[in-house]
Design a protein around this ligand. Structure first.
Ligand code: IMP
Ligand code: MG
Length: 177
């Protein structure tokens, strides 16, 4: 895609290399037990499909839809579940798979919500982390890349539902506010 507003921040090759490392690390951290990977729709879809295939063990996958009532670039702080899980989490090791941690509002809420479903453990894997932007505390066990406070798109991330299917993570220059 040639778009003058896009600048590659993390190439497809770098993303894939990092996901292979994460897959090996996470697999080694969970040698036994039922591991449930939960994809937060829609942004984490490509990360989920690649990370689950980089795992060296059997996993279950499930999907959850969350809306944070933000249009454009910021989330407002109100979180709503738009699609719930199909599989029970009781007694399972849960790995939440998210595209990016920004304010931390979404994941802070989700950790509390899923904790009530009696999993054996819960951890978070996020492809990207913008630590400068944090408003709520969130412990992210597996981070692909820390990035500066720039608005990014591609590899699942969107701006107003566009650009998700880019192979690279790109900075979107001067997006309309
Ligand atoms: P948080 O609740 O502020 O941490 O927001 C997390 C959600 O906001 C992510 O799952 C993304 O959907 C969205 N988001 C945050 N930063 C970006 C970005 O730079 N590009 C695209 N979406 C983003
Ligand atoms: Mg998201």
């Amino acid at each position: 895609m040639t778009d003058p507003k896009l600048r590659v921040l993390i190439s497809a090759e770098k993303i894939q290399e990092r996901i292979r490392e994460l897959g090996e690390k996470i697999s080694a951290d969970y040698p036994t037990g039922n591991l449930h990977m939960i994809c937060i729709l829609k942004g984490a879809i490509f990360f989920m499909t690649d990370l689950s295939r980089a795992m060296k063990r059997d996993v279950q996958i499930d999907f959850m839809g969350i809306s944070t009532y933000g249009k454009g670039k910021t989330s407002s702080g109100e979180v709503k579940v738009t699609k719930d899980l199909d599989i029970s989490l009781e007694g399972a090791d849960v790995l939440i798979v998210e595209d990016i941690v920004d304010s931390g509002v979404t994941l802070n809420y989700l950790m509390h919500l899923l904790d009530q479903r009696k999993p054996r453990s819960i951890r978070i894997a996020a492809l990207l982390d913008k630590p400068e932007r944090r408003l709520r505390p969130v412990h992210v066990s597996y981070v692909g890349f820390e990035i500066p406070d720039k608005f990014v798109v591609g590899y699942g991330l969107d701006y107003a539902e566009r650009y998700r299917n880019l192979d690279d993570v790109c900075v979107l220059e001067e997006p309309p506010v």
